[in-house]
Design a protein around this ligand. Structure first.
Ligand code: ATP
Length: 247
């Protein structure tokens, strides 16, 4: 189901953090929210999740199964990877874990190439490995909406591509809503079905990567000289060349 946001506003004290945001996040699409530090991206996610009390309307069905992947790393460091992912099924778990549940967790771990780490403690993983395990925990719930805040920030180049490919394919295959905040514009161009550009609590632009990632717009917003190239497989490549200095 599409998520329709109308006239969303959020205030902290007297400061307006989100200013009349209206947009739509489609099902079967990976929506990427981009924008400068402090532009309101995380607050928009938190408003969608009802973690921040905003005014306006968010068209959400109560039947949605939400999975949220926050910016901070998990605290349950004593659990093994298997146990941590299994916890994604909380609400469905009894005293006895069925073989069906066990198999489901293992198949998600396998999909993410994590099966070899299943018995390791979370604290014995690298930050990037933990990020993948958090994705596994989210997918194990068979979410209909998946929301992630900078999920690839601790991943190496290979794992960034792998993570986003797995996430996008999952979203396409299951026709679910996927919304992520991301800073890397080249990854955005490669993986986003739609891009949402925020600035100072407003939605500055939205559309396909080609529509939103325009050289002039990005240079003005980020205050950098940018070269826009095209990769051999015809995706935009955004190269920041030189900072212009703050406005
Ligand atoms: N709890 C809070 N109380 C008051 N202001 C806040 C609070 N949390 C965030 N803000 C402010 O809201 C604005 C938007 O913050 P938000 O975290 O959404 O930015 P962001 O676009 O996600 O930034 P980043 O890219 O750095 O993660 C910022 O100006 C921030 O200082």
């Amino acid at each position: 189901m599409t998520i329709k946001v109308s006239d969303l506003r959020l205030k902290k004290g007297s400061v307006e953090i989100l200013k009349k945001i209206s947009c739509e996040f489609g099902d079967g699409e990976l929506s990427c929210i981009i924008g400068r530090n402090g532009s309101g991206k995380s607050m928009l996610l938190k408003s969608l999740l009802d973690l921040e009390k905003s005014a306006g309307k968010i068209g959400f069905s109560t039947e949605e199964r939400l999975a949220y992947i926050p910016q901070k790393m998990p605290q349950d460091q004593q659990l093994t990877v298997f146990e941590f992912v299994l916890l994604g099924l909380y609400g469905q778990l009894g005293w006895h874990v069925s073989s069906e549940q066990r198999n489901w967790v293992n198949s998600v771990l396998e999909d993410l190439d994590l099966l070899g780490l299943a018995e390791r403690k979370m604290m014995a993983l690298s930050g990037g490995q933990q990020q993948l395990v958090v994705l596994a925990q989210a997918l194990v719930r068979r979410p209909t909406v998946i929301i992630a805040d900078e999920p690839t920030s601790a991943l190496d180049l290979n794992k960034q591509l792998e993570y986003l490919r797995i996430l996008r394919d999952y979203i396409h295959r299951h026709g679910i809503v996927g919304i992520i905040v991301i800073h890397d514009l080249t990854l955005t161009a490669r993986f986003a079905d739609r891009v949402y550009l925020m600035e100072k609590g407003k939605m500055l632009a939205s559309g396909t990567p080609g529509e939103v990632l325009e050289k002039k717009r990005l240079e003005k917003l980020y205050q950098v000289d940018i070269e826009l190239l095209e990769s051999s497989d015809r995706h935009l490549v955004v190269v920041p060349v030189e900072a212009k200095g703050e406005e």
